[in-house]
Design a protein around this ligand. Structure first.
Ligand code: GDP
Ligand code: MG
Length: 753
């Protein structure tokens, strides 16, 4: 053994940036140094020795006893540790403070039933007696408290010749241990863990059997217990309420080295799991089946919390505070649960953060991304994260653990919920766009193929596709037993949006339909109105060549005929419109609005057509034709050959006057029967309530219909203004005069010939 190095190499490796290795800890770690400082590297030590992940599968034992009674030597032999021991020549204290080392023998030695327990952590506690009292007694008390709060088994190392020396130093130490124990468990009545006091009697000569030594020790212990001043409430407590006892004896190491080694070997095999087979409190060493580690001794501090727990306990002890183990355990649980929570969130972040960033980027660019396999990744990550937390944290204080788990789930779910809602929002947007495009595409396709497509069918089909896609995404995100992953509400909103879009698309479709129907009205009216005006040109009021079965048209009922054919045409158009609109599920209201628009637009078409007919050149030509017909043809429709004797002047005046009567007739759209304009406002009807005035900005106002226009129906029905009328009269007269002069000339000319 290399004592000097132990003095310096105390395990305080505060090396920066260097990964700690097991080699750095060959002598174990000085948990508490001579200045009563706790070593913050204990947690590192437990990690490099791979104890930290062991859960509850570890054991903590401490050794007590007078200074230089071979404690460190014993531990080194039992556990292959490398605690400093006093060299045989220099007799001074070697172990300072409290050292800890992991059993190095478990892996190498023993097998089957005799194999030592996993992960035995041994604490070598500084011996104190035989030196000056005072400060050291304080340390003794503190280290005893520390050992009791943490250790399952306390090895009490004692020379055989000290047994029965009731006043001896050992007994002082035990008294301290007992007092401290009572103090400790005053606060911790519910868990009340027991400890095993394992007496190892050294330099056993063999003359006094172990059983006798054991009895002597038990008597002494009872005596000590009875002399303790017990705290209130624990006056009647018995030693066996807190401790079990076990005994072993070892031969003299120097005098009987071979025997010593054999017995140490045997003793080592007792450090394994055991089960109680008899009542607590009785001398137990023969009663154990199996080893000394009874489950009830375990302090139930998970291995990864041992360093933090030990630190907390030591902090309380060193500051002379009342050591309250349940509180310590709760504090530890809070600390560790938070730590574990942070650890598992690192892994969670690794999986989720890139997705969150990708999503945020999509939103930033205005192109929300539907992340592939989000449900699968999310679900796996969530359960993995929570499972990892459960595995580690459930070993801690139940109440704290449960609370912290809820906290963690809250954190995870807040993130996941945002991510999932983002995903559905992206799916929503994409779905609505796809839907709109698919419907428009299908309509265009139908138009290309000759306009025979069923709009309602297209919408229904595309909506089903869109809903299915969204539903698949939403279902993919669902996690069983996690209520917030039910996205029915989002599905409902999505469907609502699709319906809104279909409504808009249907409206567009209605407009397209309206345009088609209007075009049809325009072409129909173009032809038929033209025909009616052409009849004016004949001047004979249809008497020339009336078609069979058709009532001869007269100039007087021109407007009646135009109104009638207009109404009939629009009626037909309305029927077409309704039929088609119904085929794509347009609502009554939409149809009502459509028809109303159609009537208004049709009126506009008619007016434009009439305006075209009465354009200066056109109407003048018609009047001239009308006049010529009357003037140049006789009643039988035979062209006149003018002779000088003919009353050209009289005929001219008659024909001219007759044609002139047409001008006022043409000037107003007036029905012959009523001598009033047709009932246009009634025919168009009131604007349906659902008309959105913004949508109808393209409609030209109609006098007498749109009151606010300040134009009367009379004005609306005025075809030729007063000025135009007078102008027309003047022009017509000139034209008629020309014809007359020509007739006159031809009459004279005819004579001259
Ligand atoms: P500790 O202070 O209790 O840890 O004692 P050490 O292990 O450092 O040993 C103190 C001295 O006792 C050393 O010189 C050892 O050689 C010696 N020693 C160790 N084991 C035994 C033993 O079983 N019997 C005797 N008589 N001496 C021992
Ligand atoms: Mg020692």
């Amino acid at each position: 053994p290399t004592a000097p190095s132990v003095m310096t190499m105390n395990g305080h490796f505060a090396a920066v940036g260097e990964k700690p290795t097991i080699e750095q800890y060959e002598h174990g770690i000085q948990v508490i140094d001579e200045d009563k400082e706790f070593n913050p590297n204990l947690s590192t030590y437990l990690q490099v020795t791979k104890v930290a992940p062991a859960g509850f599968d570890y054991h903590l034992i401490s050794v007590f006893g007078s200074q230089s009674t071979g404690k460190s030597t014993l531990l080194n032999h039992l556990f292959g540790t490398d605690f400093g021991v006093m060299s045989e020549t220099e007799r001074r204290q070697t172990t300072k403070g409290i050292w800890m080392s992991k059993n190095k023998k478990e892996a190498a030695e023993g097998s089957g039933a005799e194999r030592m327990a996993n992960n035995i952590l041994v604490m070598d506690v500084e011996g104190t007696d035989g030196r000056e009292r005072g400060e050291d007694q304080d340390f003794e008390r503190k280290s005893a408290l520390f050992a009791l709060a943490t250790s399952e088994v306390l090895i009490v190392n004692i020379w055989e010749h000290q047994v029965g020396l009731y006043q001896g130093a050992n007994m002082g130490l035990l008294k301290t241990v007992f007092e401290v124990n009572l103090q400790l468990f005053l606060k911790d009545k519910q868990s009340n863990p027991r400890s095993l006091l394992f007496f190892v009697i050294r330099d056993h000569l063999g003359t006094t059997p172990l059983a006798n030594l054991r009895n002597t020790l038990i008597q002494d212990l009872s005596k000590i217990w009875s002399t303790l001043s017990k705290p209130k409430g624990l006056e009647s407590s018995r030693i066996e309420d807190y401790f079990d006892f076990a005994f072993a004896a070892l031969p003299h190491k120097i005098l009987q080295p071979d025997k010593f080694l054999i017995e140490v070997g045997k003793l080592g095999t007792r450090f394994r799991a055991g089960h109680r087979t008899s009542k607590p409190g009785l001398p137990l060493d023969e009663e154990f089946t199996g080893g000394v580690f009874l489950p009830e001794y375990h302090r139930r501090i998970p291995a990864d919390g041992v360093s933090k727990y030990a630190e907390g306990v030591w902090d309380q002890i060193v500051n002379n505070k009342d050591l309250d183990l349940p509180t310590q355990q709760e504090l530890l649980a809070q600390f560790r649960c938070d730590e574990i929570s942070r650890e598992v969130l690192v892994a969670f972040d690794e999986a989720i953060l890139p997705l969150e960033e990708k999503q945020a980027e999509g939103v930033r660019l205005g192109k929300p991304a539907v992340l592939p396999d989000l449900g699968v990744i999310g679900k796996a990550t969530r359960s993995k994260t929570i499972k990892a937390f459960e595995t580690e944290a459930s070993r801690y204080h139940k109440g704290v653990y449960t609370r912290k788990k809820v906290e963690l789930e809250g954190k995870i779910d807040t993130r996941m919920k945002a991510l999932y809602l983002g995903q559905l929002s992206a799916a929503h947007k994409a779905g609505v766009t796809d839907f709109s495009e698919s419907v428009s595409g299908a309509v265009k396709n139908g138009q290309k193929k000759g306009g025979s497509y069923d709009f309602a069918d297209i919408v229904e089909r595309e909506k089903a596709v869109a809903l299915k896609k969204f539903q698949k995404e939403a279902m993919g995100l669902a996690i069983e037993g996690v209520p917030w992953t039910n996205f029915k509400q989002q599905y409902g909103l999505y469907e609502k949006d699709l319906d809104e879009v279909s409504g808009r698309l249907r409206k567009e479709e209605m407009r397209r339909l309206a345009t088609r129907v209007e075009r049809w009205v325009r072409s129909r009216l173009g032809e038929s109105v033209g025909l009616e005006f052409n009849k004016l040109g004949s001047g004979r009021g249809g008497s020339g060549a009336p078609e069979d079965g058709v009532k001869p048209a007269t100039e007087k009922d021109l407007w009646d005929r135009i109104w009638k054919l207009f109404v009939t045409t629009v009626k037909e158009a309305e029927t077409r419109f309704v039929e088609r609109a119904k085929s794509f599920d347009a609502s009554e209201e939409e149809i009502e609005v459509g028809l109303w628009r159609l009537r208004r637009k049709s009126w506009g078409v008619l007016k434009a057509r009439i305006d075209e007919e009465v354009m200066e050149g056109n109407i003048l030509l018609k009047l001239r034709e009308n006049f010529e017909d009357k003037f140049r043809y006789d009643d039988d429709g035979v062209p006149r050959i003018w002779r000088p004797t003919d009353d050209i002047e009289g005929m001219y005046t008659k024909a001219k006057d007759s044609t002139l009567t047409l001008i006022p007739l043409l000037s107003r759209f007036r029905l012959a029967e009523t001598y009033a304009p047709p009932e246009l406002p009634e025919w168009i009807g009131l604007a349906p309530q659902s008309v959105d005035s913004k949508d109808e900005e393209d409609l030209t106002p109609i006098g007498g219909v749109d009151e606010e226009e300040g134009k009367s129906l009379e004005e609306e029905m005025t075809v030729l203004s007063e000025a135009k009328r007078q102008d027309l009269v003047v022009r017509f007269k000139k034209t008629a005069d020309g014809v007359y002069v020509e007739a006159k000339r031809s009459a004279i000319g005819g004579v001259a010939q």
